[in-house]
Design a protein around this ligand. Structure first.
Ligand SMILES: Cc1cc2nc3c(=O)[nH]c(=O)nc-3n(C[C@H](O)[C@H](O)[C@H](O)COP(=O)(O)O)c2cc1C
Length: 302
């Protein structure tokens, strides 16, 4: 039996280790490091209905802990994705989870319908990007809007739907319940916090867009707390992320209630982190005499 087999309702992966959207390209950028088929799944860079050039540079800065990015969803648009990216990605031997964004509820419906094609394993719906002016974060902070987006996506696809939550709210459990009632099959969390950095020589913000999404190890305690809260609030599985750098981090998320995890900023530090986590999880289960990692999902609540 595969101790790491991961069943998230209607969505199956060979193991619970994925890579987070925007930190792994479409996989191509990392395929020389290791066989991508080892991964549970790849959450590809955010896709929008039309091509987006993204925000003006500077778009990324390293801080004393973690990074701030303001990419602004630069991507070639959904047609380019289907024509030029998916044909290669679908042969990687892993689940291809397409991260979608839009600036209206109809955009999300359109994206869901366009991507209801072979080779797309699931849709991850980004309602929480802090770096785009319209839509994005509004959908992710208003429970009614989040519910409407989930409902619209559900109506337009039979693929598993993963709703990605923003941490930039006062009550994450309410957001989770809203997307669950809208038809989400799975929740992924968290997207980036909002941060900024100032260049004291230039005496102005480092990031051209002033603020950006803050990610990496320092956000882990926040993400973990939120996963813990959401686990108690909903009945659908959670893919946890936020500062995961090693097996111990991944185990903390699983024990808090995540049924799968995702490595984001960690990929920039060491591309082998996801692979080391897969091996580390197996070793931990062996050490504890467990037959499946599912035996420890949410165990910290007991
Ligand atoms: C450079 C960069 C680009 C990102 N782009 C996206 C994106 O397109 N869509 C999305 O849903 N999340 C995006 N994210 C958020 C990550 O997927 C992840 O939720 C977040 O960074 C927290 O995980 P981490 O601390 O492990 O990086 C991006 C993050 C970074 C650092």
């Amino acid at each position: 039996m595969n101790k790491l087999e991961c069943i998230l309702g209607n969505f199956k992966m060979k193991n619970p280790v994925t890579v987070a959207s925007g930190t792994f390209g479409s996989g191509k950028e990392f395929k020389d490091f290791y066989d991508l088929a080892l991964l549970g799944g790849i959450m590809v860079k955010g896709t929008t209905p039309e091509k987006k050039v993204g925000n003006k540079p500077q778009r990324l800065v390293e801080t004393s802990g973690g990074i701030i990015n303001s990419i602004g969803l630069a991507n070639g648009g959904v047609d380019d994705f289907i024509k030029n990216i998916l044909p290669e990605a679908r042969n990687y031997g892993t689940e291809i989870i397409v991260n979608i964004s839009g600036s209206s509820i109809d955009d999300y419906g359109y994206m869901a319908e366009r991507l209801s094609i072979e080779g797309v394993s699931a849709l991850e719906v980004n309602i929480s990007c802090p770096n785009v002016k319209e839509g994005g974060i509004t959908f992710g902070t208003d429970p009614q809007m989040a519910y409407e987006v989930a409902k619209m996506v559900k109506k337009n696809t039979s693929k598993p739907i993963i709703m990605k939550l923003s941490p930039n709210v006062s009550n994450i459990a309410i957001m989770a319940q809203a997307v669950e009632s809208g038809g989400a099959d799975i929740i992924s969390m968290i997207n980036t916090l909002i941060g900024m950095a100032i260049d004291i020589e230039k005496q102005k913000p480092v990031i051209n867009n002033i603020i950006g999404g803050y990610s990496g190890p320092p956000i882990k305690p926040v993400a973990l707390r939120m996963v813990y809260e959401v686990y108690k609030a909903v009945n659908i599985p959670i893919i946890g992320m936020g500062g995961i750098m090693n097996t111990n981090d991944a185990l903390e998320f699983i024990m808090a209630g995540a049924s799968a995890i995702s490595v984001g900023t960690g990929n920039f530090v060491d591309p082998y982190i996801p692979i080391n986590i897969i091996k580390g999880l197996e070793a931990f289960l062996d050490k504890k005499g467990l037959t499946s990692y599912t035996q420890i999902i949410g165990i910290a609540h007991k």
